[in-house]
Design a protein around this ligand. Structure first.
Ligand code: RRO
Length: 330
């Protein structure tokens, strides 16, 4: 049984790897992902300049682990940190398996995203080993900023300007490029989002669903206050509670996206069975966020082991054997 997977030409040593966000802010934390069974390492969403994020408290966890919420507000060390050769070597170490290091960007403006893509491009020209870039269209936690993936006009503008950058104009793009999408809940929204991505299929290698479910609210009943401080307590919901929304989003996006665009499944994965379900719905690879946050990087060893066990029980050798093969009721 082998979990290795190709994602847009990038070789993941396992189809299970980390989601951007939890434990991905600095090389010391990312190095633990690199030395786990995770198939690659994806950094925290970056902005042009380092920033501290929203005031504390900004995370909340249901006591039984059934759900989490965050309003981190994009705390990160800035794009120059995540593209720096030292950060990458401190993160990846000797890297005997040749795992990919991937960067995520979530600019405060379109101009910021374009600037960060140019910086990534120069870093790669300077020898930085960055295999892929994930453009986050779905951060729900920036006060006063809408989620780009819910504003189809803005999303089209972003894709149009990004696709015109020199890093995408050669015969082969400089890096594999994916998008992080918000969850959708209505068929016409899936159709509109997929249509925009399909229009830019020459540069889009994957679409990752889902980011957190925005604008959820947790209450501290003792204090009679929101559990989280920023944005009136409204925050992104994650953890086991969102797996069902993730499964539906992966299934719908897989149906609507051009076959050349892979779907990455993310949302509520905490077991090998969860990963199996997302792959059955069509996911090429599976990211783990909240479980990694709560359990630490050993979750990748456990989840990969559990996924292999499920596959052995069912007689599958590779995720290719069951990917997208969810059966239908007759
Ligand atoms: O940093 C955050 O508040 C954050 C981001 Br950028 C995101 O994409 N999703 C999320 O739940 N939190």
């Amino acid at each position: 049984v082998d979990l290795a997977t190709d994602l847009g030409g990038v070789k993941l040593t396992s189809c299970v790897y980390n989601a951007s966000g939890p434990r991905t802010g600095a090389s010391a934390a990312m190095a633990k992902i690199a030395s786990s069974a995770a198939g690659g390492v994806l950094a925290k969403s970056a902005t042009v300049s380092p920033q501290k994020g929203n005031d504390l408290p900004r995370v909340w966890h249901e006591e039984d682990g059934a759900a989490s919420m965050n309003s981190e507000g994009l705390p990160n060390s800035g794009i120059d940190y995540y593209t720096d050769a030292k950060t990458i070597s401190d993160t990846m170490g000797e890297n005997p398996l040749g795992k990919p290091y991937m960067v995520s960007i979530s600019g405060k403006t379109l101009a910021d995203n374009l600037e960060m893509l140019k910086k990534i491009s120069s870093a790669i020209e300077g020898g930085a080993k960055i295999s892929a870039v994930e453009l986050n269209l779905a951060c729900p936690n920036i006060p006063g900023k809408p989620t780009i993936g819910y504003d189809f006009e803005q999303m089209e503008d972003v894709m149009s300007q990004v696709s015109s950058l020199p890093c995408f104009s050669g015969p082969k793009p400089q890096f594999m490029f994916g998008l992080k999408m918000p969850p959708y809940f209505d068929r016409p929204h899936f159709e509109m989002a997929a249509a925009i991505l399909n229009k830019y299929k020459s540069i889009v290698s994957y679409s990752a669903s889902i980011n957190t479910i925005g604008n959820a609210l947790a209450i501290d009943i003792h204090a009679e206050m929101p559990a989280i401080r920023a944005k009136g307590g409204f925050a992104g919901l994650s953890g086991k509670a969102v797996k069902y929304t993730a499964l539906a989003n992966v299934k719908q996006m897989r149906e609507l996206l051009d076959p050349s665009i892979a779907v990455v499944g993310v949302g509520g994965v905490s077991t090998g069975e969860d990963a199996f379900e997302l792959i059955l719905c069509g996911a090429q690879a599976v990211q783990v966020g909240t479980c990694h946050w709560n359990e630490g990087p050993k979750c990748f060893d456990r989840i990969c082991g559990e996924l292999k066990d499920v596959m052995r029980r069912k007689g599958y050798d590779s995720p290719d054997d069951f990917r997208g093969k969810l059966k239908e009721w007759s």
